[in-house]
Design a protein. Structure first.
Length: 297
């Protein structure tokens, strides 16, 4: 089992493609294990000449889990003031970004392209700020820069955070599929069979809803990144679906407005997901952005 001991934890990772190709690290979102990256999407990136690296963020999958009072699955954790919801966070988004830098160290990779979705986009942003010498390019997908974010007021979406975590396998699978349907964009078909399959595999691999809560608290406690992001000189692409009900597209547009050198790619009808028909558009945006780094622009 590929485990890297880095930044004081054990990180489970997998790599794909030729090691001599340019490294591209995929950073996943809240509570998501590395197997949530669709295999076909990953293969498209390998075909484009990337050495793709995926991993489980801390507190999910097969990476180190944390136990603390903040692991309590409180219904109000998503809305309570941060000092009440979690007196003493076990870690921060900065720590999660340092995990990625530590993983690169263990793999002997000096510099890498970064692509992160949702919380993974936030981690990627912090990584580029804290370890600017390690990041060749940044693709921030369906994410936000944490500065005056545009929050959803969709009642259905908010239930994803306020609903108690399932305790039985079948219930957990159905809950996951229901949540994925809520987040899916209405401009692309929702593949329920595929969602049920991945929900079952993630449950069997490692069901750890408490880790998702701790990650969420870390995200909520993170300061805004706009002032630091504008100082970056690496190529940045902001990719966002116009039908994202969880992290509204206004967040992507705001990030692109603040970072003048950033390119904004909006995908009509895509939600807070990666539907198969949108893979080529997302991959093309990542590739074009990485190529800017290759020519030094």
């Amino acid at each position: 089992m590929p485990i890297a001991k880095a930044n004081g934890i054990e990180i489970y990772y997998e790599t794909f493609g030729a090691p001599d190709d340019a490294a591209l690290v995929l950073i996943n979102g809240l509570g998501s294990q590395l197997i949530r990256w669709p295999e076909g999407f990953r293969d498209l990136l390998v075909d484009e000449g990337f050495h793709v690296i995926t991993f489980d963020n801390r507190d999910v999958g097969l990476t180190t889990k944390f136990d603390s009072p903040s692991a309590s699955l409180r219904r109000d954790a998503a809305e309570a003031p941060i000092d009440e919801a979690s007196p003493g966070l076990p870690y921060t988004v900065d720590d999660m970004a340092d995990d990625v830098a530590g993983l690169l160290d263990r793999l002997g990779i000096t510099k890498a392209h970064i692509a992160g979705q949702s919380m993974g986009g936030m981690i990627g942003q912090v990584l580029a700020i804290r370890h600017s010498d390690r990041v060749l390019s940044l693709a921030s997908i369906m994410s936000a820069m944490g500065e005056d974010p545009v929050l959803t007021d969709d009642v259905d979406v908010l239930t994803i955070f306020t609903e108690p975590a399932a305790t039985e396998r079948d219930e957990a699978i159905e809950q996951d599929v229901r949540h994925r349907r809520i987040m899916a964009g209405r401009g692309f078909p929702f593949d329920e069979d595929a969602m049920r399959d991945i929900a079952a595999r993630t449950y069997d691999r490692s069901y750890a809803p408490a880790g998702r809560v701790r990650q969420m608290l870390a995200v909520r406690a993170a300061p805004g990144r706009g002032a630091s992001l504008v100082k970056l000189t690496i190529p940045i692409v902001v990719i966002h679906g116009t039908d994202d009900r969880l992290v509204p597209v206004a967040n992507g547009r705001k990030m692109a407005d603040v970072i003048e050198r950033a390119r904004l790619v909006t995908i009509e009808g895509m939600g807070h997901d990666l539907p198969k028909d949108a893979w080529p558009l997302v991959v093309n945006a990542i590739v074009a952005n990485a190529q800017k780094a290759a020519v030094g622009s």
